[in-house]
Design a protein. Structure first.
Length: 428
């Protein structure tokens, strides 16, 4: 059925056979055709199929897009560094600016045989030290940061940055480092004779260090300290000068090592303060142990203790004498007051000693361990005292309250004399 609306006539209905009006040239009216619902079914099915197909395609596109976004985000998260990794990357960039050489961990594992006990040289405050040999035959020492050392990434990086800028015949030379994952390694030149304490405290090896050689070692340590305090491009306070941190090369030349606790002073800065006092008991100056205040004079105090250990061959941490259990410093003071102190020289090498030289070094040692920092000489004055015959000032009686036994050397709390400042001392 068809129908059409004609002006002034109205609606006309046609229910007979229709002619194809698309080809009717004589003109005519527009017709509207009404179809039965059965005739529309095919068209509706087509629409449904098209709509369903489009919906499925859109759904699949959305699923694929969601999956791609999730994978991309997961990949980004996997590649995003953790705070520790980010910190390591930042430090690496800084170290590369300092021209620090980076060793690959696989190289270190190979030359140390996976850090085998056979290649272990010793154990320090930093961690274990291993020996390795590079392909060119050069021997190196590898210091491996221990998780129990108490030394973190900042102290590790501090040692690298400081020592990489310092070059002196009496300082151990840094060759490079390795930072990969949890492994943090320092690569140093190998010192064939290890540390000074393996000689002067050994009943057999100490005989290789007669007085002339010990005096040379004392002067060499002082030269290294002079470089740190005065002659280098930086002014550095070591803060952990002790006999085990003095290494000896093949010719027994001393080299200062272990700069993990060292601090650099800027401009006219003369001292600094810390609430976390870290060092070795017996070598700490009173002001550092009591209040956390440190300066070049803190190193001078430690040098004085070290000097007396080299002279006597006795450990500051374990020496006692007499019924009163006098410490090494007390015994040194009493001996110096009695006869100048030449008898303090290690008896096993006493025949090689010069009484005047020994007595002079004893007095220098006492001047270095004065209780008040202002009463101690600076390193330039110490060098003059060691290398000339200038008259020496008379030392005051030193403080002995900081002497500790080995059993007490793990950790201890000290309080300042005014009771206002508390510092926690962590032994090394």
């Amino acid at each position: 059925m068809a129908f059409s609306y004609i002006d002034q006539i109205g609606c006309l209905v046609w229910n007979r056979e229709l002619v194809d009006v698309m080809k009717f040239e004589a003109g005519g009216e527009s017709l509207s055709v009404r179809l039965a619902s059965s005739e529309l079914a095919g068209s509706n099915r087509t629409k449904i199929i098209v709509a369903t197909t489009v919906s499925i395609i859109v759904f699949l596109v959305l699923v694929f897009a969601s999956y791609w976004f999730w994978r991309h985000k997961a990949k980004r998260n996997d590649s995003t560094p953790t705070p520790i990794e980010a910190s390591q990357d930042a430090w690496k960039k800084e170290l590369k600016k300092q021209d620090v050489y980076f060793y690959e961990i696989r190289t270190i594992l190979t030359i140390t045989d996976n850090f085998s006990l056979e290649n272990k040289l010793g154990q320090g405050g930093f961690g274990p030290v291993y020996k390795g040999k590079l392909q060119d035959g050069k021997e190196i020492a590898i210091k491996r940061l221990s998780s129990t050392s108490g030394q973190g990434l900042e102290e590790f990086m501090n040692e690298i940055i400081l020592i990489s800028k310092l070059q002196h015949r009496n300082l151990v030379r840094l060759l490079g480092c390795c930072i990969e994952g949890d492994e943090k390694l320092l690569i140093y030149e190998y010192m064939g004779n290890k540390s000074l304490n393996t000689f002067i405290f050994d009943s057999t090896k100490k005989l290789e260090l007669d007085w002339p050689k010990r005096f040379e070692i004392i002067q060499g340590i002082a030269c290294g300290l002079l470089y740190l305090h005065r002659d280098s491009c930086l002014r550095v306070v070591h803060r952990d000068l002790k006999v085990s941190n003095i290494l000896l090369d093949e010719d027994m030349n001393p080299k200062i090592s272990d700069f993990g606790l060292a601090r650099m002073f800027q401009g006219t800065q003369r001292q600094a303060n810390t609430r976390r006092v870290v060092g070795t008991l017996g070598y700490m100056s009173p002001e550092y142990a009591w209040t956390g205040m440190f300066s070049e004079k803190s190193d001078i105090y430690a040098f004085g203790v070290l000097l007396l250990e080299i002279i006597t061959g006795k450990r500051i941490s374990s020496f006692t004498i007499g019924e009163e259990g006098k410490s090494l410093l007390e015994h040194t003071w009493d001996s110096w007051r009695e006869d100048g102190g030449p008898d303090l020289l290690d008896q096993d090498v006493s025949s090689s000693g010069s009484d005047d030289e020994v007595a002079r070094c004893v007095q220098i040692g006492l001047l270095c361990i004065q209780q008040q920092a202002v009463d101690r000489p600076n390193i330039e004055q110490v060098m003059s005292m060691l290398t000339t015959t200038m008259d020496l000032p008379k030392p005051k009686q030193p403080v002995f309250s900081l002497q500790v036994q080995e059993s007490d050397s793990e950790s201890k709390s000290m309080y300042s004399v005014n009771g206002l400042t508390q510092s926690t001392i962590i032994g090394r």
